[in-house]
Design a protein around this ligand. Structure first.
Ligand SMILES: [Zn+2]
Length: 259
């Protein structure tokens, strides 16, 4: 179920989890644990998958976004985002469901709400200041990274009182697998130079993980890398590898409820 899991009890009250393809209720080629793609999967299976993940993590609620490759950060609080409804993670894809907010990062001070970014090759980045009690999650694909989603997320956390932030860079397509047209590589490297890469064959590529690491460092945030390359690891969801039928893995961060 998890490619990586840090329990709150061993991490200053902050939970960190990255899911894989295994251990869920979905029946398609995308694998049993799909946390997105309700257009190809049975929404009821995805709801059940979220329930399994929440139960395993010991968290009551999860918040998700309609991700649009922006640098927009949503502050999740009781007023801004109705995270209390069962199945609310899937928004309008459920009958009577909510319309999910469009953004690519979330930050919160709420306890017991897992912020969940969903990806299949793009970089999920999780953030925490456990002393200040602020967490955040960002979707950093090629477009969002270049648009500044990392810096915007750190700024939103500081607005909420965070001072000493750490980050976890989750599984994503690596710099040897992410081949792109030369013009596209040039454009992104012009904004985030550390993304410069080449494939094993020597063709232009982008290293989004290195780009995230550099953007975090520029924002004063130390980071660690978690998990491998989504294309190369068959237990992870990958759009590059599986095409339009790929499922989504979840990157979740939460402040544990006080016990
Ligand atoms: Zn790779």
């Amino acid at each position: 179920m998890f490619v990586s899991l840090l329990e709150p009890s061993s991490n200053g009250g902050v939970g960190i989890a990255f899911t894989d393809r295994l251990g869920g209720m979905s029946r398609g080629s995308y694998g049993p644990l799909n946390l997105g793609r309700t257009d190809v999967d049975d929404p009821a299976a995805v709801v059940a998958n979220f329930a399994l993940v929440r139960d395993r993590l010991g968290v009551s609620r999860a918040a998700t976004l309609h991700q649009v490759h922006s640098a927009d950060v949503l502050v999740v609080d009781e007023a801004s985002y109705p995270v209390g409804r069962p199945g609310g993670e899937l928004g309008a894809s459920l009958p009577g469901g909510l319309s999910l907010p469009e953004a690519d990062a979330m930050a919160t001070r709420l306890l017991d709400v897992a912020l969940c970014i969903r990806v299949a090759d793009c970089v999920p980045v999780l953030f925490a200041d456990s002393d200040a009690g602020v967490v955040a999650a960002a979707h950093a694909g090629r477009v969002g990274l270049a648009a500044g989603v990392i810096g915007a997320t750190v700024a939103a956390m500081r607005d909420l009182g965070a001072t000493t932030i750490r980050a976890w860079i989750g599984p994503h397509v690596c710099g040897r697998c992410y081949e792109v047209p030369a013009a596209m590589a040039h454009e992104v490297v012009g904004v985030v130079p550390e993304t410069r890469s080449t494939t094993r064959l020597g063709t232009p590529a982008l290293d989004l993980g290195a780009g995230c690491e550099a953007e975090l460092a520029r924002a004063g945030v130390p980071s660690v890398r978690v998990g491998g390359c989504t294309v190369e690891d068959p237990t992870l969801h990958s759009h590059r590898r599986d095409g339009a039928g790929a499922g989504r893995l979840g990157a979740l961060v939460w402040l544990a409820r006080e016990t």
